[in-house]
Design a protein around this ligand. Structure first.
Ligand code: QAP
Ligand code: CO
Length: 173
């Protein structure tokens, strides 16, 4: 099943997500629907709140060396916590909830994460590069934060203007 991705400035994106306590068939169906939704939208990462479900769950599926997204590489991350971080990197980010806009954002270079998989089993993961960026971007969604909130005042203003213009153009077309 596919779900609707909600987009900025939908206020629901500002909600703080709640801990997942039941790792049951309903959660598994929801995670499967998130995956179908993300692939359909050509995304590499999606947080549950982006489909209007405020729970601490996110998925990431980076393309492999052949530029193909395979389910074997799907990460399902539930109730994540960053337990260590180091360094800094700049990466050009985008977001399915802010379509058509991309900007360089500073993140930690490396993060160490503890989380649960879909069965409620405790996992740990150390990530750098793109995976580290994706984790930090998606975890911000769980706190109701979007990457555009990290822009400087001037860039944010420019974004608001461009985004509104693009929204208007979408409506008439
Ligand atoms: C988050 O982002 C992310 O504007 C996932 O028109 C960001 O999947 C992970 C997308 C940076 C790693 C690095 C955005 C698709 C997809 C758009 C996405 C669009 C179509 C964004
Ligand atoms: Co996003």
């Amino acid at each position: 099943m596919k779900l609707e991705v909600i987009t900025y400035p939908d206020k629901r994106l500002k909600q703080v997500s709640a801990e997942v306590t039941r790792f049951d068939a309903q959660l598994h169906e929801f995670l499967d629907a998130m995956y179908a939704t993300m692939l359909h939208a050509n995304g590499i990462g999606l947080a549950a709140i982006q489909v209007a479900n405020p729970i601490n769950a996110l998925i990431i599926n980076l393309p492999d060396e052949n530029d193909e997204q395979s389910r074997a590489n799907l990460l399902e991350i539930i109730n994540p916590e960053i337990i260590a971080s180091s360094g800094h990197q700049l990466y050009q980010e985008g977001c399915l909830s802010v379509p058509g806009f991309y900007e360089d954002i500073e993140r930690f270079e490396t993060v160490t994460l503890s989380y649960c998989n879909r069965y409620g089993e405790s996992c740990q993961l150390q990530a750098d590069g793109l995976l580290s960026v994706a984790i930090q971007h998606e975890m911000d969604h769980l706190l109701g934060k979007l990457f555009i909130e990290k822009l400087s005042y001037a860039r944010r203003k420019k974004f608001e203007k461009e985004y509104k213009k693009a929204q208007k153009a979408k409506k008439v077309s």
